[in-house]
Design a protein around this ligand. Structure first.
Ligand code: ATP
Ligand code: MG
Length: 634
């Protein structure tokens, strides 16, 4: 692995040289005076003094060469609407949106909160903010009013952009009542809400602060709004983390560093080229959506496919038909989606022409071995797991095929990406771990371009939370466990708060989950620790089967539970064997598909799981309650 090794080495030893070169990928209106300002650690200022604009780089810059190429292809299986926007169309729409925002008082540095479903206007709004130098904060459209209100109060926006309704799985979700409630709850409610009326909600609200977008768009149809040239370190956006482990943090990102990092990642990690088509099946409310639905493909002159709908409606073949119809080259989604598809008829996948597809990228949660094997066999294409966080903005660990196509190691997202000085450290001493020793995944100063600058409005929280949690070292903590092998491959062993202690043995719940999910009957599993008077903690497993009928009667369920316990015994040893296995039909997850282990553990101990604004389907909680109840009484 010569090329990768040297490449990575240079990025760590001589970051200024490395990133100066990469910075040439974007347009600088004014050149930067310093590649990296390290005067105030742990803060890092990339490309200090340089002036640029994300919207210019994502849209305007391509007009000379690819005005007639599709920039955005929109498909909604919820409404049946399909639209295509060339770079010229996108430019026009972004200018209209920017002019409308400007007419509503939005200025450089102001926050604009975007609470929208997956519609093209969401992309226009994000890029319009970038154009004006306003700071966007996209709030996932599935959040309820209290979450929206909390984010309004944190971001204090000048404007909120919303829609009459979203749609999911064939059900229309009215947004205006949610917006109304959030506006009433929030202390810093903006004076106006710009409303995209999709005419989906049968009876939309008409509060005085609501203004319809369409007539304003008409008024500004031929508008041209110049790009604000921002200093590289001015904020581009604030995005709140998914809140799996607690109160969401407002991750603030810069302009220039982010643009450079994404453009570079497109070549080195995703192997995306101008003219390619990329389909990132995520939501614009998450970091994957920000980076790989909107910014990176457009910065690279590609076509991005935006999809509103689920992977199983009208049937489990829909994504593969999209690949065929739109000649998609790169696809990116979360392992959850693949686990959902694994339960569908495999013929649906095989019947589509997937010849255009080069690679499938998966991120956001652990990719278990059976799912990885299933999808790569089914597709016959490389499947690239990649590990990162809202905080980093782009992958920290991956096989960087555009640098060197190192072999995959099942169960590991790969090796550290260039730019990241990733070190596993002992949680007690802060010292680097030996090979094969489990430790906290940390990053040394400085973080590469594109990573979070600070917590919005709270530098102290940024320093304290991220940079002061490893003993004796000022390093960035990811709050994830990992282990690194002799070739540099890192395996993620779960979050630092997902460790259980059984009779004095510390076990990562992830390791037990891996063992259970290797059984062919299992579609998904969550393992949590509950208090146990004898052992300190005991592991409970909640299992979703590929075929729900397999545990329909108690005898079959017992037999299967025993088989799963035996699988764990074989792979981990009896110490990891779950005290009980419960079969459920779904698991509580966040809207972004992450397991809510803390909530499951609370329920399993008969405690209140607390407020779960990010939960996908609250019915899953009831299933956990019912599953543990009989044993709770016994
Ligand atoms: P919060 O920080 O508010 O609790 P969150 O950590 O779930 O929320 P995200 O930033 O969306 O918010 O998720 C990042 C986390 O997801 C990582 O820290 C890691 O735990 C997990 N993760 C992401 N990608 C992978 C991957 N490829 N393999 C294993 N885990 C992953
Ligand atoms: Mg996190």
């Amino acid at each position: 692995m010569r090329r990768y090794r040297e490449f990575h080495r240079e990025s760590i030893d001589r970051p200024e040289d490395f990133w100066r070169r990469e910075a040439a990928r974007i347009h600088w209106q004014t050149p930067f005076t310093e590649v990296l300002d390290r005067s105030n650690p742990p803060f890092a200022r990339w490309f200090a003094g340089g002036r640029t604009n994300l919207c210019f780089n994502a849209v305007d810059r391509h007009l000379d060469t690819r005005a007639q190429q599709n920039a955005l292809v929109y498909v909604s299986t919820e409404t049946g609407i399909e639209r295509r926007y060339t770079y010229a169309d996108l430019h026009a729409e972004v200018n209209r949106m920017a002019a409308v925002m400007r007419s509503l008082g939005v200025q450089r540095g102001d926050r604009v909160l975007i609470y929208l479903p997956m519609i093209p206007e969401a992309v226009f709004a994000v890029l319009a903010c970038a154009r004006l130098g306003a700071i966007h904060s996209v709030v996932f459209g599935g959040f309820a009013a209290p979450s929206l209100a909390a984010r309004i109060d944190d971001a204090k926006p000048t404007l909120l952009v919303s829609a009459d309704a979203g749609a999911r799985g064939g059900k229309v979700i009215d947004y205006t009542p949610l917006v109304d409630e959030a506006m009433a709850r929030a202390e810093h409610a903006p004076p106006r809400v710009l409303l995209i009326d999709r005419q989906l909600a049968p009876e939309r609200l008409n509060a005085p602060y609501l203004i319809d977008y369409e007539p304003l768009r008409e008024q500004h149809y031929n508008a041209h709004v110049p790009c604000e040239w921002l200093e590289s370190n001015e904020p581009s956006y604030v995005l709140y983390t998914s809140g799996t482990t607690g109160k969401p943090k407002g991750v603030q990102r810069d302009v220039g560093g982010y643009a450079v990092a994404l453009a570079a990642s497109m070549e080195y990690i995703f192997e995306g080229r101008a003219g390619d088509t990329m389909f990132t099946a995520s939501d614009i409310g998450w970091v994957v959506g920000h980076s790989y639905i909107i910014y990176a493909p457009l910065l690279a002159g590609m076509t991005t496919v935006m999809y509103e709908g689920t992977p199983v409606r009208p049937d489990g073949g829909i994504w593969w038909r999209l690949v065929e119809q739109h000649r998609i080259n790169l696809m990116f989604t979360a392992p959850t989606a693949i686990r959902v598809l694994k339960k569908q008829d495999p013929a649906l996948l095989r019947s589509a022409d997937l010849s255009s597809l080069r690679t499938l990228f998966l991120a956001g949660e652990p990719l278990d071995e059976p799912t990885a094997v299933w999808i790569s066999d089914a597709l016959g294409k490389p499947v690239v797991d990649n590990y990162w966080q809202t905080e980093t903005g782009w992958p920290m660990l991956a096989i960087q095929r555009g640098v060197e196509a190192l072999p995959q190691k099942v169960g590991s997202p790969g090796v550290p990406c260039y730019g990241y000085d990733l070190v596993l450290r002992n949680e007690h001493t802060g010292e680097p771990c030996a090979q094969g020793e489990k430790g906290v995944i940390t990053l040394s100063y400085p973080l590469p371009p594109g990573c979070m600058q600070t917590v919005w409005g709270d530098d102290a929280r940024f320093v304290k939370t991220y940079w002061e949690s490893v003993p004796g070292q000022q390093v960035y903590s990811t709050f994830d466990w990992g282990v690194q092998d002799e070739n540099g491959y890192v395996t993620i062993l779960g979050r630092t708060d997902d460790v259980i202690n059984v009779a004095g043995h510390r076990l990562g719940t992830r390791e037990i989950e891996e063992a259970i999910s290797s059984h062919a009957a299992v579609a998904e599993v969550a393992v949590v620790g509950v208090n146990d008077t004898v052992k300190g903690q005991a592991a409970l497993a909640f299992v979703v089967l590929r075929d729900a009928g397999a545990a329909a009667d108690p005898a079959a369920a017992d037999k299967l539970a025993a088989a799963l316990a035996a699988t764990v015994d074989r792979q981990l040893g009896a110490i990891g064997r779950p005290a009980r296995v419960h079969f459920v039909s779904m698991l509580p997850k966040t809207r972004s598909g992450k397991l809510l282990r803390r909530a499951i553990a609370a329920l399993a101990e008969g405690r209140d799981p607390g407020d779960l604004p990010t939960i996908e389907d609250a019915a899953a909680l009831q299933q956990i309650r019912e599953a543990v109840e009989p044993t709770g009484k016994a």
